[in-house]
Write a protein that binds this ligand. Structure first.
Ligand code: GLA
Length: 394
């Protein structure tokens, strides 16, 4: 059964009312530009061909009810009670974590538009997804994007995709409690077939950058280590705090405002760990710019060394890799990948490799063999294609 028909079938168990419509939004792979988004920097993600589907039916009362294939029990809240539920406070969660994503989007939409909730129709929402969860492929942004697109249409709010991406981030930050940036939501809302989104996270200006993997005979392989991670806890927030400290020491609003030429001064002014966190962000921003130029001038076969340098920076300076991610990257490169790096927030999740079409089988086998030799659980590997962002499907 496809995720779209699963969502439809789940909705049918909730209500006899005919569905008002179906929407979907994709997960993403970040090609390059990691942890630069919350530093006002540059990122280059693309939406993937794995999507979260939402089927929605209007209700006659003012209640929002969400159901998901992740959990048998639906969760319902009166629309007027959303401000009592969110923001959730640590240890006082009133809804299960999965439900905080779609309900948090409803709350953030009301908050962002100032719409009078008494004018809104209640809804039943059923959610099913084929975006792998915990793989660093933004399953959460896919839930946020599909729910935001659905409610925006049904409630007639007329927010544009960038505003909906902001709503998704508000849900993630304040309803779920993960201190993430805006890259994932922007990629999920704005994705294009065969292209990446070059995003300036300060201005939120986007440029569509042609990827042309197919024309160049390349494929993008995802190597999901199945080491799970959560950005609501621990390392992600610590990295963010180090970056803020680094910017403060340098007297700039954000690390985006530093260039490579500022690094010697930074090294003198701060402790070694903070300096290495700063160096990752500054060099990574430059690598994003270099990758965009290389793609435009020479095509995707020319970006391998930049991907590899990005991985080394995350492993050694930002220290967010994991043995499984390093093993996947090293094995893919040794087996002939053009480039490889971990993708997403780190501490687990997936790595990506850019691989010539006829080497994909050999790279997969090499990664499997390297995992087995290290005693790691087998990875899950699949290729993805750059795909369209959030949309109404029916
Ligand atoms: C997670 C966050 C993003 C971004 C990446 C790291 O995916 O949700 O906002 O910070 O990590 O680049």
């Amino acid at each position: 059964m496809t995720a779209a028909s699963e969502a439809r079938a789940l909705l049918a168990t909730l209500t006899r009312t005919a569905s008002s419509g179906e929407w979907s939004a994709p997960g993403r792979v970040n090609l390059i530009g990691e942890h630069t988004d919350y530093n006002d920097g540059f990122v280059l993600p693309f939406a993937i061909d794995h999507r979260t589907h939402v089927a929605l039916a209007e209700r006659t009362d003012a209640t929002i009810r969400v159901a998901s294939t992740f959990d048998a029990a639906p969760v319902e809240v009166a629309l007027s009670a959303l401000p009592d539920v969110f923001p959730q406070r640590d240890g006082h969660e009133t809804v299960p974590e999965w439900a905080a994503y779609p309900l948090g989007v409803a709350w953030a939409l009301v908050h962002a538009t100032g719409v009078d909730v008494s004018t809104l129709t209640g809804v039943d929402i059923a959610i099913a997804s084929d975006v792998p969860v915990g793989a660093g492929l933004s399953s959460s942004a896919a839930i946020e994007g599909s729910t935001a697109a659905a409610l925006n249409d049904v409630w007639g709010l007329q927010l544009d995709p960038v505003a909906l991406a902001r709503v998704g981030r508000t849900a993630e930050n304040d309803a779920v409690g993960a201190p993430t940036g805006i890259m994932d939501q922007m990629a999920s809302m704005l994705g294009r077939t065969d292209a990446a989104i070059f995003l300036d996270c300060r201005s939120l200006e986007t440029t569509i950058v042609d990827l042309g993997f197919d024309r160049a005979g390349l494929e993008l392989l995802v190597m999901d280590t199945r080491v799970s991670h959560s950005h609501a806890t621990g390392g992600y927030g610590e990295r963010r705090a180090s970056c803020e400290r680094g910017a403060e020491i340098m007297g700039v609003p954000a690390l985006r405002d530093l260039s490579l030429a500022d690094l010697p001064r930074a090294e003198q002014l701060m402790d070694d760990v903070t300096f290495r966190r700063v160096r990752h962000i500054v060099t990574e921003n430059q690598r994003v710019l270099d990758t965009v130029r290389a793609l435009e001038d020479d095509g995707p076969a020319a970006i391998g060394a930049l991907l590899v340098a990005s991985h080394a920076s995350m492993r050694d300076d930002f220290e967010i890799s994991a043995p499984e991610l390093d093993t996947a990257v090293d094995a893919a490169l040794a087996a002939g990948a053009v480039g490889a790096r971990m993708t997403g927030g780190g501490f687990g999740g997936a790595a990506i490799a850019l691989v010539a079409h006829d080497r994909v089988g050999a790279v997969k086998d090499a990664v499997d063999a390297a995992f087995a030799a290290s005693g790691f659980a087998a990875p899950v590997q699949f290729t993805v294609t750059p795909s369209q962002g959030a949309r109404r499907d029916a």
